[in-house]
Design a protein around this ligand. Structure first.
Ligand code: SF4
Length: 376
């Protein structure tokens, strides 16, 4: 582990008031289980005492963490500090739904030490929010962003979704223009994915609506950095943009560079050295296992060097940092430059990657098709 690879802590809050129609994340709408979940979470924290210290990021995600009261969020942070060590200036993020964010709520969660807020805006078009089955309105999204600033948040991230039915380049650029008015420090722009088992996935399969075809999706993807870079944002990962390097997500970086991270709560994933493990994807199973004194682990996998290499390349091709050939050779025992000279030259000629200063970087076109580039 080098100095950049300080561990991160992820805490999954597995509750939502209602399910969005496209959602594939694990969350339950049975809020009565929340107190039992919190008790179990504190016990799970204790199971990992001394195994990861110190963390320099804490990411409270979900689900909908903003369903928790400021006191409940504070109790999580107090336990975290009691059980684990945190570095002196940790990034502490909470994911939120705009509908939950009153001025007093935001001031309270800022006071307990949360210094980064991610707001699930998704769209500034009320029709799109309705289609996605979101429980907040555009009006609530706008007042949540303004109230977050007023509450003293200097690191605000907005999530947006594109590629919805009837989307045009202009309608997407219009959404982006509305977002940058608030000068958020971070923007995540995700293409709508329609998993078959979600309500929207089923309606799509039944032919009830269509979404932009591949060419338009590609254009939507390419226009996004063109617009946001003009507005001063850095396109640092396929879907992520920051208004300066200091605002890139320190926590998410850990998923992309094989840093260790501990994930707590149902369905949460963890990674350390070459081992990945994850918890039951069910609040009931999670709470029952922990209360019986057992681990809530559903499965563990040990990654081979080949698997680690493939993952490192996959992530490297999705990030602006790219792949440093020397680091790659040291860490994954593979001389990419020597072993894959022909493939690299071909990808460079095709305009998908560039090779400079001992690095492989994805080009903008390369980022658009990062999932499909194969190197080894
Ligand atoms: S708020 Fe997030 S986690 Fe909850 S249902 Fe909607 S998309 Fe899924």
């Amino acid at each position: 582990m080098n100095s950049e690879q300080t561990p991160g802590l992820y805490i999954h809050i597995p509750f939502c008031l209602s399910k969005c129609l496209y959602c594939d994340f694990y969350s339950s709408t049975t809020l009565s289980a929340l107190p039992h979940f919190l008790e179990a979470l504190f016990k799970e924290m204790a199971m990992y005492r001394n195994q990861f210290n110190p963390f320099n990021t804490v990411y409270i995600g979900g689900g909908t963490p903003s369903l928790l009261s400021p006191q409940q969020l504070e109790s999580i942070l107090i336990r975290t500090r009691e059980i684990f060590d945190l570095t002196s200036n940790p990034e502490i993020t909470v994911e939120t739904n705009p509908a939950d964010l009153s001025q007093s709520y935001l001031e309270s969660i800022r006071e307990i030490g949360i210094n980064r807020i991610n707001i699930g805006v998704q769209s500034f078009d009320q029709k799109v929010l309705g289609f996605l089955g979101r429980r907040h309105s555009v009006k609530q999204a706008i007042s949540a962003i303004e109230a977050s600033r007023k509450a003293g948040f200097h690191n605000i991230g907005l999530d947006l979704i594109y590629g919805v039915p009837e989307q045009t380049i202009d309608s997407w650029l219009d959404i982006l223009k509305q977002a940058v008015v608030f000068a958020p420090e971070h923007l995540s722009c995700y293409q709508l994915t329609l998993e078959a088992h979600t309500p929207l996935g089923k309606r799509y399969q039944a032919g009830e609506f269509s979404i932009p075809g591949e060419d338009l999706q590609y254009e939507l993807f390419m226009k996004t950095p063109q617009f946001l870079e003009d507005m001063g944002y850095i396109h640092y990962e396929v879907s992520n943009f920051a208004r300066g390097t200091e605002y890139t997500s320190r926590h998410n970086q850990k998923y992309w560079d094989h840093s260790p991270y501990l994930g707590l709560g149902p369905a949460a994933h963890s990674f350390q050295n070459n081992r990945r493990w994850w918890n039951y994807r069910s609040v009931d199973q999670y709470v029952t296992a922990i209360n019986a004194g057992n681990s809530p682990l559903e499965e563990t996998e040990i990654l081979t060097m080949d698997q680690l290499r493939l993952e490192a390349l996959y992530f490297g091709l999705r990030t602006k940092k790219g792949v440093n050939f020397e680091d790659f050779r040291n860490r994954y025992q593979y001389d990419l430059l020597a072993e894959k000279e022909k493939t690299l030259s071909k990808l460079q000629e095709e305009g998908f990657i560039s090779l400079q200063d001992g690095h492989l970087y994805p080009t903008p076109t390369g980022l658009a098709i990062a999932d499909r580039i194969s190197l080894i």
